[in-house]
Ligand binder design. Structure first.
Ligand SMILES: [Fe+2]
Length: 458
């Protein structure tokens, strides 16, 4: 059946036209997937019924489903284009789907993806990185190879795209999105913004990606475009609860102070709920662009004496009222609610920190290995995917930096079992070799520094 379907699809696609920049993102749960694509310089959006995604699985007896896309017309001083978004529904979990796009009388290539398994007992495999540009896209060949070997369930890009999306009248963005299509059309490509997305209030970034902001309370009657929050959103994937958020609200306050408060309140609410669900999803992992603890010299947001970003670690003086206390700091919030691992980019290298809280390095509970039942959150900087800015100078390494590499590369996060994660750092410079590898282990939903829930013995 599989070969027959592929053959039929291949005949159907004998005419291939340029519907481009196709990428996936996660829907509300494993029964949904979102397909997004962009048509450069399109001035007149097509009516909804003229842009559709057709899809079908190997085991659906050849039956095809079809869904119409929503369109967003984008136009500013730099670029004009249309982005189309379609929500694929009623997917069977853990199933390969073939899909293509039909627009006017044009048809795209044939693509495929695998829907996520259902439940919390399966073991996800992630690739995570930040700071991938169109020029010097060092990690892309290795990511393509990994994806061809079905190594990942989800890919996370923690800010700084293309360098920059609006550059060259948007063509830098178009070329970048074209370049990642072999990866992102096959594996969900989840994002949060970095400082390189700042132009025109992050509007180019917003117009190109489709992150759902309401997975915990889906509003199924709302349009897809109304459900997007590309700045902060969360998702349950197997045994993990993943939160992606914006560190950039703390630095681009000209676009509004209230969004710092809004995001912080959402983060706390989401973390409270994640702890209620912790027996099912024991790992809480956050991802943002700029790290709380920093190593990079010459970065205005990094305090080179204390090696922190005080605005996001401790909190910000709202409205620049420096006689008022700092508010909305993230280190205490993430510690209080037991965030296990934090991933960041921005600094163009890889750094693995020892478990740390308030400048105190914390040992492991069970052994000399600090990652064996860690007693504080683990911070990883993975901003070395490759871009035109090359590697920055870095400060002398503080005691809390366990491992640091300048090699281009990206991070793998591989779940070994419910309470055991393997983290690997891949080096492009060394042809895909794993440069760093640790196992992160715990034996209960709550991390060691939180009150442990007693088991009920009947
Ligand atoms: Fe950055």
């Amino acid at each position: 059946m599989k070969m027959l379907l592929v053959f039929v699809f291949s005949i159907f696609f004998s005419i291939v036209v340029a519907i481009e920049q196709i990428h996936l993102s996660l829907g509300t749960d494993e029964t949904e997937m979102i397909v997004t694509w962009t048509i450069p310089e399109q001035q007149t959006p097509l009516p909804h019924q003229q842009a559709r995604v057709h899809y079908g699985s190997n085991n659906s007896s050849g039956q095809l489903q079809s869904v119409k896309a929503e369109v967003e017309h984008f136009d500013d001083d730099e670029a004009e284009y249309c982005t189309y978004r379609a929500l694929l529904k009623e997917l069977k979990p853990n199933t390969t789907y073939y899909y293509w796009i039909e627009q006017e009388k044009r048809k795209s290539n044939l693509y495929h993806f695998k829907s996520l398994p259902s439940g919390n007992k399966w073991l996800p495999r992630f690739a995570i990185y930040g700071d991938l540009g169109y020029v010097n896209e060092q990690s892309l060949p290795y990511l393509k190879k990994d994806v061809e070997q079905n190594m990942y369930d989800v890919i996370f890009h923690v800010g700084d795209f293309a360098y920059d999306l609006p550059s060259e009248n948007g063509w830098c963005g178009h070329n970048f999105m074209r370049s990642i299509e072999p990866v992102a059309s096959r594996v969900p490509y989840m994002t949060c913004p970095g400082n390189h997305e700042e132009y025109n209030n992050f509007s180019h970034y917003d117009s190109r990606f489709t992150m759902l902001g309401d997975r915990t309370m889906p509003m199924h009657n709302s349009s897809l475009n109304d459900r997007i929050n590309n700045h902060f959103h969360s998702m349950d994937i197997g045994p993990a609860h993943i939160i992606m958020f914006s560190t950039e609200y703390y630095y681009y306050t000209e676009y509004g102070w209230n969004q710092i408060r809004t995001q912080f309140e959402w983060l706390e609410k989401d973390l409270i709920q994640a702890n209620k669900n912790r027996a099912k999803h024991p790992w809480i992992i956050v991802m943002g662009h700029r790290s709380l603890y920093c190593l990079k010299m010459g970065d205005d947001s990094c305090d080179h004496q204390t090696m922190e970003r005080p605005e996001i670690r401790q909190g910000i003086h709202m409205h620049r009222r420096y006689n008022f206390p700092r508010e909305y700091g993230l280190e205490n919030l993430f510690y209080k609610y037991g965030v296990d691992i934090q991933f960041y980019g921005h600094e163009h290298f890889y750094a693995r920190l020892a478990p740390i809280y308030n400048y105190t390095v914390l040992s492991g509970k069970r052994s000399t290995n600090p990652y064996d039942h860690p007693q504080g959150p683990i911070h990883i900087t993975t901003g070395s995917a490759g871009n035109l800015e090359l590697h920055p100078p870095f400060n002398h390494l503080k005691s809390w930096v366990s491992c640091h590499f300048l090699d281009y590369g990206y991070t793998r996060l591989l779940f070994e079992n419910e309470y055991h994660i393997r983290l690997q750092q891949v080096s492009d410079d060394q042809h895909g070799e794993v440069l760093d590898e640790i196992d992160i282990i715990k034996s209960a939903p709550q991390p060691q520094w939180m009150p442990q829930k007693k088991k009920i013995v009947s």
